[in-house]
Design a protein around this ligand. Structure first.
Ligand code: NAD
Ligand code: MG
Length: 389
C-alpha cells in the first residue's frame, strides 16, 4: 500500500490523479490533499478519500473546511499555509507526492518532497524550470525518484532505455522529439492574435487543463517550458531537443537513436495515462483511458513550429542557451504576464513582448541557492508589473 500526497488536488491534474487512485484502492491510500481556495471541492474529496491531513491556503479557509468535515470526518487534520504544504510533502507517512500545484507557488513543497527522498510525480513543470540544477541536486542528494507527469516527458521517459542516467549520447540517444498540438491559434491569422480573448485562448482543441497552462499552450510558452523541463529531466542540450507540431496529440513525444530508430509513445490525449504510469512504475495499472483507435483517427500530421507566430518558444530556447537565472526570469515574467492577460489587463501579444523586455532588462547571474532563486523570481515579477503599469 502506497500513501500518496496530492499537492493541488482540486486542479485538473489533481482530479485526474484521484480518478486513477479510486480505481485501485488496494494499492493506494491518500495521505494528504491540498487546495488553495476551493474549499467545498476539497471537502468533498476529503469525505470520499479520507486523507489523514488536508491543507488550504488561509486560516479562514481552514476554519471553513473544519466546519464542513466536522460531522463525518472530524479525525482529518486541517492545516493551512506554505509550511503545511512542505510538511505533508515530506512527512514520514507519505511515500509518493503528486506535485500538481500550478506555477512558482508549488516550488517550495515540490522541493521539500525531493529533499525528503519521496517518489516525486512531477506535473508542476514551473518548479523544475525555475530551479533547474538546484532541483536535480536535491533529487540526487536524497535519492528521491523523479517521474515525469507532463505527457511529453512521460512519453520520452517511456521511450528511453531503462538504465538512462541523463546522458543522451552514452546510450545512443540522438534527439528528443517533443510534440506540440499547436494550441488553439495554430492556424489563426497572425494579425488577429492581438484581439483574442481569454476564453478563446483557454479553449484548447485537445486537452482540458487549468487556465494558466491553457494560455501557455496558446502562446506555446508551454512547449518552451517543456524544452527546458526536458533539458533538466533528461540531460539533453537545447540542440538535442526538437519541437514538432502534431495537431492530433496522439504521439506524446519520441526519442530518436543514432541507428535511425525512432521510438514513440502513443495514446488518447488523457492525463490519466501518464499519471497511472508514474504511480505504478515500473508496473502497469488501468487508468480508465479508452483504447487508441488509430483506424478511426486515420491520419497523423506533423510540421515545424513557426517562431514568428510563437515567439515565446524562441524566448524559452534563448533562456535555456543563456543558462543561469534566465529560465527563472522567463518563468516568473510569463506567470505575471499570463495572469494579466487572464485579468484582461493586457492583450495576448503583450505576453511575449513583456517577457522579452523583462529578459532584456535584467542582468543574468548564476543561481547557487534558493534565496538567490527567489530573489530573481521577485525581481522579474516586479519588472513585468512595472512594465504593465
Ligand atoms: P489547475 O489550475 O487546474 O490546478 C492548480 C492547483 O494548484 C489547484 O488545486 C489549486 O488549488 C492549487 N494552487 C493554485 N495556486 C496555489 C497556491 N498559491 N498555493 C497552493 N496551491 C495552489 O492547474 P493544472 O492544469 O492541474 O496544472 C497543475 C500543474 O500541472 C501545472 O504546473 C501544469 O503546468 C502541470 N500540467 C498540467 C497538465 C494538465 O493537463 N492540466 C498537463 C501537464 C502539466
Ligand atoms: Mg505537456
Amino acid at each position: 500500500m502506497q500513501n500518496i500526497t496530492i499537492l493541488g488536488s482540486t486542479g485538473s491534474i489533481g482530479v485526474s490523479t484521484l480518478d486513477v487512485l479510486a480505481r485501485h484502492p488496494e494499492r493506494y491510500s491518500v495521505y494528504a490533499l491540498t487546495a488553495h481556495s476551493r474549499v467545498e471541492q476539497l471537502a468533498e474529496q476529503c469525505l470520499k478519500f479520507m486523507p489523514k491531513v488536508a491543507v488550504v491556503g488561509s486560516a479562514a479557509a481552514a476554519q471553513q473546511l473544519s466546519r464542513l468535515l466536522h460531522a463525518e470526518a472530524p479525525h482529518i487534520e486541517v492545516l493551512y499555509g506554505a509550511a503545511a504544504l512542505c510538511q505533508v510533502a515530506s512527512a514520514d507517512a507519505c511515500d509518493a507526492v503528486m506535485a500538481a500545484i500550478v506555477g512558482a507557488a508549488g516550488l517550495e513543497s515540490t522541493l521539500a518532497a525531493a529533499k525528503a527522498g519521496k517518489k516525486v510525480l512531477l506535473a508542476n513543470k514551473e518548479a523544475l524550470v525555475m530551479s533547474g540544477q538546484l532541483f536535480i541536486d536535491a533529487i540526487k542528494h536524497s535519492g528521491a525518484v523523479l517521474l515525469p507527469i507532463d505527457s511529453e516527458h512521460n512519453a520520452i521517459f517511456q521511450c528511453l532505455p531503462h538504465n538512462y542516467q541523463r546522458q543522451p549520447s552514452a546510450l545512443g540517444v540522438e534527439k528528443i522529439l517533443l510534440t506540440a498540438s499547436g494550441g488553439p491559434f495554430l492556424t489563426r491569422a497572425v494579425d488577429t492574435l492581438d484581439t483574442v480573448t481569454p476564453a478563446e485562448a483557454v479553449a484548447h482543441p485537445k486537452w482540458v487543463m487549468g487556465r494558466k497552462i491553457s494560455v501557455d499552450s496558446a502562446t506555446m510558452m508551454n512547449k518552451g517550458l517543456e524544452v527546458i523541463e526536458a533539458h533538466w529531466l533528461f540531460g539533453a542540450s537545447a540542440s538535442q531537443i526538437e519541437v514538432l507540431i502534431h495537431p492530433q496529440s496522439v504521439i506524446h513525444s519520441m526519442v530518436s537513436y543514432v541507428d535511425g530508430s525512432v521510438l514513440a509513445q502513443l495514446g488518447n490525449p488523457d492525463m490519466r495515462t501518464p499519471i497511472a504510469h508514474a504511480l505504478a512504475y515500473p508496473e502497469r495499472i488501468a487508468s480508465g483511458v479508452g483504447p487508441l483507435d488509430l483506424a478511426m483517427i486515420g491520419q497523423l500530421q506533423f510540421g515545424k513550429p513557426d517562431l514568428q507566430r510563437f515567439p515565446c518558444l524562441k524566448l524559452a530556447y534563448d533562456a535555456l542557451e543563456a543558462g543561469g537565472s534566465a529560465a527563472t526570469i522567463l518563468n516568473a515574467a510569463n506567470e505575471v504576464a499570463v495572469q494579466a492577460f487572464l485579468d484582461e489587463k493586457i492583450g495576448f501579444r503583450m505576453i511575449d513582448q513583456l517577457i522579452a523586455r523583462t529578459m532584456d532588462s535584467l542582468p543574468l547571474c548564476a543561481v547557487t541557492d534558493i534565496e538567490m532563486l527567489l530573489e530573481q523570481d521577485r525581481l522579474a515579477r516586479e519588472t513585468v508589473e512595472s512594465l504593465i503599469s
